[in-house]
Structures are given as structure tokens and as C-alpha cells.
Design a binder for this molecule. Structure first.
Ligand code: 13P
Ligand code: SF4
Length: 312
């Protein structure tokens, strides 16, 4: 009884905050973009939800004056790089991505020196400074297409070694890989999948390209986060083992009644994606806090790399 009361109060509180945010967004001509890993209560009120590529495209097309980016820093930075006339807010300024910090612009310049003439493909999970010294960006949704579009036999891919080896399966080009990785995605192992498949023999395992090659080897389907939504919707299977951040399961369950979604590993949580709460959105939008600022010289160079990707 007391538990039900506490639950009701919590739901009322969420609804109240969601209402405040929707009013603020309207009042300030702002748009709320949310990555597929965000908390359910944020996904519910977002103007648009998507994977990194879809969110970049959406940020480019919006007529709003303010973009509130519920995601991690590199995503909000990409929006700011492409939209200097708009205010881009990262509601929780501490929401970073450890993979981004695994490479520096100097590392990229050294790679260029070591492999002269080889273009650099930077995963969007990089800093603006790293993008500024790269030739083209990619996301997990378009990495194979981006690499295959380049007129070079050898391509440098940074910073995710797993995305690089995933792309290597689909290209005859030589990929020069950097040893970066996403810590949460490494928690899913082939052993996890073996155990889960024993419990759910008819299940389908869906993996993200940030997973290790060994995990990708046992996957039934590999795609970006939005690619996963499409796959599970179209599939006739009932049980799905989801090999990416658990936040994605919220919408999967909502959109697919009757289907069962099992997280590949209870530890597959991105703490940075979970840093953003409704309160952060209210505070940052009311007070125009955590506005992303990128020095113009870096912005212009980084923009070229993102534009090259979007042109595809
Ligand atoms: P997606 O582009 O597939 O949404 O992935 C972003 C990300 O950070 C995955 O960890
Ligand atoms: Fe970075 Fe991994 Fe979190 Fe994506 S899931 S934001 S790659 S730490």
C-alpha cells in the first residue's frame, strides 16, 4: 500500500516535470532531441528520438532557435558545429563519452604522418578538435558506406577498434584501426549469449557494431540503435536478446506488445547517457545553462568532416 502510494507520487512528479518541459520548449521555440538510450521519461516527451545519424540530420533541419540535446557531449557538439546560429544545450554538462577521450588530435596527426594519403574517418564519438583534423565522419549506421565511398585503398578509422573491425568485414580496403572502445558494450560476451540462448532457445541476438568481434560473431543481426528498432519490429521472432544499452528496450516494449526483450547483460548501462534527468532539462532550458561553445576555427574544420558524411 505504502509502496503504491510512493509509486503514484513518483509518477505524478514525473508528469508534472514533463509538463513544465513541454511548456518551456514551446515558450522558447526550442526542440528536444533524445538519443535512443535516454531515460524513458525523457523519450516520452522528446520532439524527436533517434540514433546518432538521425539526430544529426534532425538537428540540421530544425527551425527552432534552441536545440536541447538529451544525449552525450559529442552529439550536442555535432549539432552546435552544424548550427552556429542556434543555441545548443547539453542538459547535463557532465554527460561525456569515455571513447571520445581515448584519442587526441595529435594522435590523428601522427597517424596521418605514418600513413600518408590515407583518409581519416572519425566516428562521431570524437571531440570537435578530432573531427577538425579528420576527413569525414561516420556513425554506426553509415560506417560501411562512408568507408566504401572513399577513393583510397587504405583508410584510417578512429577511435573505435570494434567499429573498425566490423567495417573491415564489409570492405576490401585496408582499415587502420585505433584501439579505442566503448566500455559498456564490452560487457556483453559470447558466453552471456550462449547462456541466454540456452534459456531462450528461439531468441534472436541483436548486437551493436561497438561490440567485440567475438560477440559480433555470434550475433543474428548487427546494426545501429535505430536499425535495431526496425529489425525487431519487422522480425517474426518473439524473444530478442538486445546487445546494446538497456534504455533502448523502453521503446521496443512499447512498440512491440507480445514480443520479449532481454538485455544481453545487466551491466550494459551507459552511465553518461543516464546522467540526464528531467530536472536537468528544466534547469538548463530555463536558465540557458550548459550551452555548447566551439571555437570558430575548430568549428569550421569539424563542420567539413560532418558535411562530407551528410552529403552521402
Ligand atoms: P547509435 O548511433 O547507433 O545510436 O550509437 C551511438 C552510441 O553512442 C552507441 O554507443
Ligand atoms: Fe559512449 Fe558507449 Fe555510452 Fe555510447 S554507450 S555514449 S559509445 S560510453
Amino acid at each position: 500500500m505504502a509502496r503504491n502510494l510512493a509509486e503514484n507520487n513518483k509518477n505524478e512528479d514525473i508528469k508534472l516535470k514533463q509538463g513544465i518541459i513541454r511548456n518551456l520548449l514551446k515558450e522558447k521555440n526550442a526542440v528536444l532531441l533524445a538519443h535512443n538510450y535516454q531515460r524513458g521519461e525523457i523519450q516520452e516527451i522528446a520532439d524527436f528520438q533517434g540514433d546518432s545519424l538521425e539526430l544529426s540530420i534532425k538537428a540540421n533541419k530544425t527551425e527552432a532557435d534552441i536545440i536541447v540535446f538529451a544525449g552525450v557531449r559529442f552529439m550536442a557538439e555535432s549539432a552546435a558545429i552544424m548550427n552556429p546560429e542556434k543555441i545548443v544545450i547539453l542538459p547535463n554538462g557532465g554527460a561525456g563519452c569515455p571513447m571520445v577521450d581515448m584519442i587526441t588530435p595529435e594522435d590523428i596527426l601522427n597517424l596521418k604522418e605514418e600513413y600518408p594519403g590515407s583518409p581519416v574517418v572519425a566516428y562521431v564519438n570524437t571531440s570537435a578538435k578530432c573531427k577538425a583534423v579528420s576527413d569525414i565522419c561516420c556513425t554506426s549506421a553509415n560506417a560501411v558506406k562512408v568507408v566504401n565511398s572513399l577513393p583510397a585503398k587504405r583508410v584510417i578509422m578512429v577511435p573505435d577498434k570494434n567499429l573498425g573491425s566490423y567495417v573491415q568485414r564489409y570492405t576490401i580496403k585496408e582499415i587502420i584501426n585505433w584501439p579505442g572502445f566503448c566500455p559498456p558494450h564490452q560487457r556483453t560476451t559470447p558466453e552471456n549469449i550462449k547462456t541466454l540462448k540456452k534459456r531462450f532457445p528461439d531468441s534472436v541476438f541483436v548486437a551493436h557494431p561497438e561490440s567485440s568481434p567475438e560477440t559480433i560473431n555470434v550475433a543474428d543481426h548487427v546494426s545501429s540503435t535505430s536499425g535495431m528498432y526496425k529489425f525487431v519490429k519487422e522480425s517474426r521472432a518473439k524473444y530478442f536478446i538486445i546487445g546494446t544499452e538497456r534504455g533502448i528496450i523502453y521503446k521496443m516494449e512499447k512498440e512491440n506488445p507480445g514480443k520479449v526483450f532481454i538485455s544481453s547483460n545487466p551491466g550494459l548501462v551507459c552511465p553518461n547517457m543516464k546522467r540526464t534527468h528531467l530536472e536537468d532539462i528544466i534547469d538548463s532550458l530555463s536558465n540557458l545553462k550548459n550551452v555548447i561553445k566551439i571555437p570558430e576555427e575548430i568549428r569550421l574544420k569539424a563542420r567539413r568532416a560532418i558535411e562530407n558524411m551528410l552529403a552521402l
